[in-house]
Design a binder for this molecule. Sequence first.
Ligand code: FAD
Length: 371
Amino acid sequence: MVLRERHPTQRQHNTLPKFPDMPVALDYSNGSRVETPSGASCGPLKIVIIGGGIGGLTAALALRQNGHDVVVLEQWDGSNETGAAIHLAPNSNGVLRRLGLYAETIGANPMLRHTEYVTDGSQIRSLDLTESNKQWQHQWLLAHRIHLHAELQRLVKSRDGPGRPVDLRYSCTVKDLNCDTATAILDNGESVEGDVIIGADGVFSAARTKVKGGHLRPFSSGKSAFRFLVKKQDALDDPLTRKFAERDGELVMFLGPDSKIVAYPCKNNELLNFVCIHPSEKTSAPADDWNTGGSKKALLDVYADFDESARALLSKSDPASLKVWQLLDMETLPTWVNNKLALLGDAAHPFLPHQGQGGGQAIEDAAALAV
Ligand SMILES: Cc1cc2nc3c(=O)[nH]c(=O)nc-3n(C[C@H](O)[C@H](O)[C@H](O)COP(=O)(O)OP(=O)(O)OC[C@H]3O[C@@H](n4cnc5c(N)ncnc54)[C@H](O)[C@@H]3O)c2cc1C
């Protein structure tokens, strides 16, 4: 019988504390069967993951590190990625570090201050988070989603590191699946069978339809969001907006009666990421697309009542990165599993962005599934 600590990366990085009470996992890393403490024999599983987003790839990395053989089926073709910034709060940053992903090495910067303004431009509070951040075991980081996604792809495919490289297949759209045989059926008719199947196919999940309550659909929360990036230097160069960009790691909010603007830095504090939440009736974002472009005119119209410094910031938006999304909500599913299928991330529980935890909860789910 071969037993090892659950996460080998924990031993390699002495910045991480040891968890003596953490459960041990069976080590299948040489691909052969092992004996469990109760005397049963078991081997590495073949795991089919539908969706190679943040949650699916984190699960692939964790399962690979526990010795399983993993196939990821991703519909995206691997080019022209979209996305802006994403919060890696202490919970998700801690999980990623244990898996050997150090987000600060891909440009994630710490969240250091939270400042709020109202529509007339007056500041209502500014909290220095340096002291309160010390209560967390891991830093609260702000990462560029494209960089995080790229690093996850690199790590799962890498020949280095624990376990065998993940078979990450692009341009593979799953159109159906069988929970009893753990089989995914692709739109070209090909079948991919495993021992277990994981539905990590995001908010518009097809896998969700296979669990109890799968008739539930995401619905509009009544709010939509513009998302875009601004070069921090552009904000620094304008006397009207300089104060919003002077401090590294500062998240700035402008609060209106039914709309708000949230801006925070990413990419080593070189870019400011904007999320501008407003009533959906003020724009016409579709419910099912991450790529719908937004217009700068519509953005400035929605925030017409905000003070000139906030509007000056918005006017710096890069049209190429300006997108508008509906923010979707969903009733709670009664279960996330059906026989050999388990859901994770947005497929299981879509989140509104207010706590910055959509990606974080997908990452936690992935770690929880990785036995
Ligand atoms: C293109 C894109 C850009 C995003 N940008 C941001 C952002 O800037 N900021 C932010 O906070 N959040 C963003 N999100 C959302 C955020 O990544 C998720 O809410 C969160 O990380 C939960 O992760 P997830 O893995 O559950 O879902 P997702 O990250 O949405 O991943 C789901 C994956 O499944 C794939 N997929 C879906 N259906 C199928 C199918 N039938 N067959 C095969 N593959 C399928 C999708 O292409 C996607 O890669 C974005 C999501 C996407 C897909």
